[in-house]
Ligand binder design. Structure first.
Ligand SMILES: [Mg+2]
Length: 122
C-alpha cells in the first residue's frame, strides 16, 4: 500500500486532501508543520510521497524539504509542493530544493491525481 504524508498547518486542507485521496488504496499520515513531518519520516518510514505546504509555523515547507533531501533515507519520498505562493521564484526554489512537482492552491482532485500519476506515485 502506498503511504502519503500530508503536511499542512490547515486542518481543513489536510481533511480536503484526505477526501480527495479516499478512493485510492493508500495510507495517509498527517503532520501540521515541517518539524513534526520530519519526525514522522524519520520514525515511520518509508513514504512514497509528501504533499507539502509552504507556509507553516515552527518549520516551513522549504526548510523541511531542504532537510529531507539530506536525510539518510533508504527510500526518498516524491515531494509535491502545494502552495498559494504561485510566482516563478517560489516554484523554482522548490524544484531546486528537490520538489518533483508544484501545485498551486486551491486545487482539485483531478490536478492532484494528475501530479501523483505524473510522478509515479499512483
Ligand atoms: Mg499553510
Amino acid at each position: 500500500m502506498k503511504r502519503i504524508l500530508l503536511v499542512d498547518d490547515s486542518r481543513t486542507v489536510r481533511s480536503v486532501c484526505r477526501d480527495m485521496l479516499a478512493s485510492h488504496d493508500m495510507e495517509i499520515v498527517e503532520a501540521e508543520n515541517g518539524a513534526i513531518a520530519l519526525e514522522i519520516v524519520r520514525s515511520q518510514p518509508p513514504f512514497d510521497s509528501v504533499l507539502l505546504d509552504w507556509n507553516m509555523p515552527v518549520m516551513n515547507g522549504i526548510t523541511f524539504l531542504e532537510t529531507l533531501m539530506k536525510e539518510p533515507l533508504e527510500k526518498r519520498p516524491v515531494v509535491i509542493m502545494c502552495s498559494t505562493e504561485n510566482d516563478m521564484a517560489h516554484i523554482t526554489q522548490a524544484i531546486k530544493a528537490g520538489a518533483s512537482e508544484y501545485i498551486m492552491k486551491p486545487f482539485d482532485e483531478s490536478v492532484l491525481e494528475d501530479k501523483l500519476h505524473g510522478t509515479g506515485v499512483l
